[in-house]
Ligand binder design. Structure first.
Ligand SMILES: C[S@@+](CC[C@H](N)C(=O)[O-])C[C@H]1O[C@@H](n2cnc3c(N)ncnc32)[C@H](O)[C@@H]1O
Length: 244
């Protein structure tokens, strides 16, 4: 089963994905809104990071090609930006290779729980120079991994990045009665409902850029914060900068 872009159905998805998406939407209608907010956050964050002078992006758990892909968002600001898309789903990688690969853009298979293997991948090394600041993107993927593992993974990635690098993270979570039925219904993998404190901890080794860890739709403009309660589901997001 491949992750479906609920908010952007497109043509690159499959019947089981559509069935799962329909089940989840019935249970929690804000999923579609959250997915759209996630992608919009990702695009705004990449735009912002690119404007800080960053030329290289590693998008881990990149998902199927979508409307505005990471290299398109980055190249809107920095036309020579280089991007490595990484995902552990072979279907995602084959679509990414077909639709996204090109000059300065690669799609490589990799499991985010193995950061050293990802960073040592020769294809990734063709476009990413770890001696220079880079932006690591972990959007809408860390809720599939338990918190201790995420902490180890983000620490390993952050250690490997040059000072001045950025970490872009978004994580879906919820409070209250929705959590158990939603987690049970999500049959494509295991879901972990991280607390806001745990999510803030995933940025260890970096300093939050303003406004910090907020609802994705409120980054960077707090006035755009949604009015829904945490019980309806949250998408917490932030950008951290590695200082040294
Ligand atoms: C919800 S999609 C997010 C796509 C994109 N990052 C976004 O924010 O729009 C999650 C993606 O993470 C990938 N994924 C899940 N677990 C992973 C892992 N352990 N390592 C690498 N990718 C993973 C899935 O295959 C899927 O493509």
């Amino acid at each position: 089963m491949t992750c479906i872009n609920i908010y952007s159905p497109g043509k690159d998805n499959f019947a089981p994905d559509r069935e799962l998406a329909a089940r989840l939407l019935e249970l929690c209608p804000v999923v579609a809104q959250g997915a759209a907010e996630n992608r919009q956050f990702l695009i705004r964050a990449i735009d912002w990071v690119a404007r800080q002078g960053i030329n290289q992006f590693i998008d881990v758990g990149s998902g199927l090609p979508t409307m505005t892909n990471t290299h398109e968002a980055a190249r809107a600001v920095r036309p020579a930006a280089r991007v490595a898309y990484v995902d552990n789903d072979p279907v995602v990688i084959s679509h990414a290779r077909a639709l996204l690969s090109g000059d300065g853009v690669v799609a490589v298979p990799g499991d985010l729980r193995e950061p050293a293997a990802i960073l040592a991948n020769p294809s990734l090394a063709k476009v990413i120079d770890l001696r220079e600041p880079a932006c690591l993107i972990l959007c809408a993927v860390l809720h599939f991994i338990d918190a201790p593992t995420v902490n180890a993974v983000t620490a390993a990635f952050t250690d490997a990045l040059a000072p001045g690098s950025y970490l872009v993270i978004s994580v879906a979570r919820a409070d209250g009665e929705i959590v158990s039925p939603f987690t049970r219904s999500y049959t494509a993998g295991s879901l972990h409902n991280h607390s806001p404190e745990q999510i803030a901890g995933f940025f260890a080794g970096t300093e939050f850029v303003p406004p910090g860890l907020v609802e994705a739709s409120a980054w960077p403009d707090m006035a755009a914060a949604p009015s829904r309660p945490a019980e309806a589901g949250q998408l917490l997001a932030g950008v951290g900068r590695k200082l040294s």
